[in-house]
Design a protein around this ligand. Structure first.
Ligand SMILES: NC(=O)c1ccc[n+]([C@@H]2O[C@H](COP(=O)([O-])OP(=O)(O)OC[C@H]3O[C@@H](n4cnc5c(N)ncnc54)[C@H](OP(=O)(O)O)[C@@H]3O)[C@@H](O)[C@H]2O)c1
Length: 289
């Protein structure tokens, strides 16, 4: 496993396990199996509704002596309804710690670029100062929003992480350059674009995979590693969990990186966070929480 050092000196694994869309009743086992497979970074969120199950999987792995708490890097995210103001954010951090069953969380992110993000950031800064949260960051901020937030937040903390969609269809080349300039580590969600646009059978990716005797999934994750991005892969199948981790014994040549670069469609495989309909959709979800 490669480790990345964040702008506050904390280290995190470059490859992690995401639990979005894993059914609640499968989450504890999936997290436990992921730790057995070798994952040390686990990514959840309040909106996934499975923090308690993630905590149970982590607790089981620790109780069985597979890992110690310090070996693990657990991420959660505050949803839009937690980002009304500083107080709602502070309460949400407390509730997440309780649900996860942890005395500290390694990374807490603002899940979406909506709401009183500056107020919530103060709550995160306080939790970080108290040692209850080690690193703090943002998610789904584009480069322009990241720059403004980094320079205008009144606690003067540069986010350690910005977790954004990055995959072969939406490569974010310019965004990554801006993140490097501001020392904000980029982290990729949906590295496989959840299989959209037939990612797993794409001819260019398949040819590269065949040459290295690897799978398309492994090539995509390796491509992200070589771009200096932290990546989250999700699978409920232990065999695929292991497959996705087995990417540190080969290297893509520059010509292969160039071929993958040509696949860039420069737009989300899912939705645009600036689309008014999407903003409405996110805000509508607050009422259902
Ligand atoms: N910050 C955000 O807004 C945000 C948004 C989305 C996701 N995320 C985070 O990022 C993580 C990853 O993204 P994601 O779960 O949306 O999508 P993803 O990792 O791009 O794709 C997951 C899909 O790929 C399949 N898969 C995994 N490995 C495979 C392999 N080696 N070969 C073939 N198929 C494979 C999985 O199926 P099986 O499970 O059946 O194997 C699943 O259907 C999430 O779990 C979450 O933690 C964050």
């Amino acid at each position: 496993m490669n480790y990345i050092t964040l702008n506050n000196g904390e280290k995190m694994p470059q490859l992690g396990f995401g639990v979005y869309q894993i059914p609640n009743e499968e989450t504890e086992e999936a997290v436990y199996q992921a730790i057995v497979a070798g994952y040390r970074l686990i990514d959840t969120a309040i909106s996934y509704g499975n923090e308690a199950e993630v905590g149970a999987g982590v607790a089981r792995a620790i109780a069985e002596g597979l890992v110690s708490r310090e070996d693990l890097f657990i991420t959660t995210k505050l949803f839009v309804n937690n980002v009304f103001n500083q107080e709602t954010a502070a309460t949400a951090i407390d509730e997440s710690m309780t649900k996860l069953g942890l005395t500290y969380i390694d990374l807490v992110l603002l899940h979406q670029p909506y709401g009183d993000t500056y107020g919530a950031w103060r709550a995160l800064a306080t939790a970080q100062a108290n040692g209850r949260v080690k690193s703090i960051g943002i998610s789904n901020f584009d480069a322009a929003q990241m720059i403004e937030f980094t320079r205008m937040n009144d606690v003067k903390i540069t986010p350690q992480i910005n977790q954004i969609e990055i995959n072969p269809w939406n490569q974010r080349k310019s965004d990554l350059a801006w993140h490097e300039k501001y020392h904000v580590q980029a982290e990729a969600w949906a590295p496989f674009a959840e299989g959209r646009h037939n990612l797993f059978t794409n001819p260019v990716l398949s040819e590269i995979a065949e040459k290295h005797q690897k799978s398309v999934g492994q090539v995509v994750l390796r491509w992200l590693m070589q771009r200096g991005v932290v990546a989250l892969a999700k699978s409920t199948k232990p065999e695929r969990m292991r497959e996705n981790l087995n990417i540190f014994d080969f290297e893509l040549a520059d010509t292969e990186m160039d071929k993958i670069a040509e696949l860039d469609m420069k737009e989300s495989a899912f939705f645009d966070h600036h689309d008014p309909k999407i903003v409405e959709w996110f805000l509508d979800r607050i009422e259902t929480k």
